[in-house]
Design a protein around this ligand. Structure first.
Ligand code: AGP
Length: 627
């Protein structure tokens, strides 16, 4: 996916429009970093500056005044940071794109699925397209409508009525100075506007793909809905449908602080966010716990006995790390609530022909709430009669607005592409939901629930000790000793099987190392053939019903020359392993919350030693809003 920004009017004393666009792109760079560009409207003309590569390249060109000396007089502008979908990351494919006569500039997040047909039509009409992108066709189609005398809003609406696919787009044109026309269908788009105030800031407005980009400008945010088109001017916004009819969209207040998204003194967002996990655990759970009653309560009386009464089955749908959290949630729901749970990749669920039993809760798990596959799978599940629920980290996201009930995780903005604190928050939220469902169905005694909630509260100091103790030294030693292994197997059973999946994913996505997570009991059915000297096995084990079985698996791989790192609180596993990453003991059901921490740090250290770009790993983006 990509990040788009737009600005119009006065951004405050000493704030110029182009630097504010670049600042917005810097905050959104985690959404895609293949290229970046800006376009501004200055005295009846458009000026653009686009560069392949990181934002720093664009800043270098802007410093060389590529927008021209009058850039500081710009009254409206748009910007883009790209995750390439059509065409390689080159200067020519970087957004913004313009039509041939430079009547309009556009930035786009999403995919225009019928762009080839539109491109053929334009070329047949004699238009020369200069890029490989799908987006450029939008510029030419809007430009031709402007040429025919339409205003910008009408030209954009008419063009988008012909486009198939999904988009968050923003257009500027010298024909409509001081106006940005933006629209959304799929990927997110949020707006902030402000009137002149006594701080000396005149009226203005800002748009961004992610509310993080708006925080420096204001907290009253309007989230566009699918099918919305907005006219953004200094101090005002008008929302319409593509049919031109006005739509009402209420602003909501954003709680996040801009500094939450700052790096501070940390070397990487990922390390900062790993260390935020104790607080995130508390922020997501503590205020919802009613220990005396042995229960939990959620905002707005959501997930009440009444709303859960009809739930007979749960279908979890998610992607990536969120799916791993969802699998852990499935174990928790079945153990505490005795309700059957199915789990599926959202990208699989949406294209198979699923059957949902009556009384199914379709539980989508997502940090961003904008993942295209997860949204599509949820919508399909709802069409099939499922009750939509979500565990999500972004209050104004599409997912949150499309479900009947949500558990918001309070992880704060997660900038590192590799998800860490959001995973912890998702697992904790799933535990709360499992306990709530168990209590609502009478499957879980108050006393048992009370004990578990006490143990949950106790995890925060355990996690803090884990992160402040000698673990990091042990991690560094393991990364140095095993980091160059020919391959990695992560093994776990029960709730620690998805932890093995998560540990492997972390290593893959930031260190570019081949790693597989596997159910430990499955090793003997094939994968054990991979085990030989030079293969490193991370065995995740905690005291509990399968601990002895995992110890046997450790012996099996050691007998074949594999080197084993024992991760967890099982002392007997540590005793037979080649290296140990120990965590404090806690109930097995909660152990993923501690066991994942050394795996996150191991991936981080291996990637650091390899000199990888930890926060912006190659080929990835933070939230995949395209298929
Ligand atoms: C996790 O480290 C990855 N960044 C990726 O797998 C991610 O979890 C997945 O794309 C789902 O994103 P979401 O939670 O925002 O839906």
């Amino acid at each position: 996916m990509c990040g788009i920004v737009g600005a119009v009017g006065d951004l405050g004393p000493g704030q110029e429009l182009v630097p504010s666009l670049v600042d917005g792109l810097r905050v959104l760079e985690y959404r895609g970093y293949d290229s970046a560009g800006v376009a501004v409207e200055i005295d009846g003309t458009l000026a653009t500056c686009c560069r392949a590569g990181r934002l720093a390249n664009l800043e270098e060109s802007l410093a060389a005044e590529q927008l021209g000396p009058a850039a500081s007089a710009a009254s409206a502008g748009i910007g883009h940071t790209r995750w390439a979908t059509h065409g390689p990351p080159t200067d020519g494919n970087a957004h913004p794109h313009m039509d041939s006569a430079r009547r309009v500039a556009v930035v786009h997040n999403g995919i225009i699925e019928n762009y080839a047909a539109l491109r053929d039509e334009l070329e047949a009409a004699g238009v020369t397209l200069v890029s490989d992108t799908d987006t450029e066709v939008l510029a030419h189609l809007v430009g031709s409508r402007l040429e025919a005398g339409e205003d910008l809003a009408s030209a954009v609406a008419g063009t988008l009525r012909r486009a198939r696919g999904y988009y968050a787009v923003a257009f500027i044109s010298p024909s409509c100075p001081g106006l940005i026309v933006c629209a959304r269908k799929g990927p997110p788009l949020a707006l902030a506007t402000w009137a002149a105030d006594d701080s000396g800031r005149g009226a203005g407005a800002y748009l961004a793909s992610d509310v993080l980009g708006l925080l420096p400008h204001g907290r009253q945010v309007v989230y566009l809905e699918d099918g919305d088109l907005a006219l953004l001017e200094a101090g005002r916004v008008e929302v319409r449908g593509l049919d031109g009819k006005v739509r009402r969209r209420e602003a909501c207040t954003v709680e996040w602080e801009a500094e939450d998204a700052g790096l501070g003194d940390w070397p990487h967002y990922m390390l900062k966010e790993i260390h935020e996990q104790p607080d995130v655990l508390a922020q997501t759970t503590f205020e919802r716990i009613r220990e005396e009653a042995g229960d939990v309560v959620f905002e707005g009386n959501q997930w009440s006995d009444e709303s859960l009464a009809g739930i007979e089955r749960v279908q979890v749908i998610a992607c990536g790390t969120a799916l791993h959290a969802g699998i852990i949630g499935a174990y928790m729901v079945e153990e505490l609530a005795r309700v059957p749970v199915d789990v599926d990749f959202a990208s699989e669920f949406r294209y198979r022909d699923p059957v949902l039993a009556p009384g199914t809760l379709a539980l989508a798990v997502s940090q961003s709430g904008e993942t295209a596959d997860t949204l599509a799978a949820l919508r399909l599940a709802q069409e099939l009669g499922g009750r939509g629920g979500a565990i999500c980290n972004v209050v104004g996201s599409t997912l949150v607005r499309e479900v009947e009930e949500v558990i918001l995780t309070h992880a704060g903005p997660e900038i590192g592409v590799a998800s860490t604190k959001a995973f912890t928050a998702q697992v904790a939220a799933a535990f709360l939901l499992s306990l709530r469902l168990g209590r609502a169905r009478g499957a879980l005694a108050a006393r048992t629930a009370r004990e578990l909630l006490g143990e949950l509260r106790g995890l925060r100091p355990c996690m803090e000790r884990l992160l402040s103790g000698g673990l990091l030294e042990e991690i560094r030693a393991c990364a140095a000793r095993f980091g160059e292994s020919k391959g990695f197997l992560f093994l776990g059973r029960g709730v620690n099987y998805p932890v093995a999946l998560e540990g492997a994913l972390k290593l893959k996505e930031i260190a570019y190392v081949h790693a597989e997570g596997y159910p430990a009991g499955e090793m003997k059915h094939g994968p054990i053939a991979l085990v030989e000297p030079g293969m490193t096995i991370l065995a995740i084990n905690s005291p509990g019903r399968v601990a002895e079985k995992v110890r046997s698996n450790i012996e099996q791989v050691k007998a074949r020359g594999g080197e084993v790192i024992s991760v967890g609180a099982d002392a007997a596993s540590h005793a037979i392993a080649d290296a140990v990453l120990a965590v404090p003991e806690c109930p097995e059901l909660l152990s993923p919350l501690l066991n994942v921490v050394p795996l996150q740090l191991f991936a981080y250290e291996v990637a650091r030693l390899k000199g990888c770009d930890i926060d912006k790993p190659r080929n990835l983006a933070k939230s995949v809003t395209v298929e």
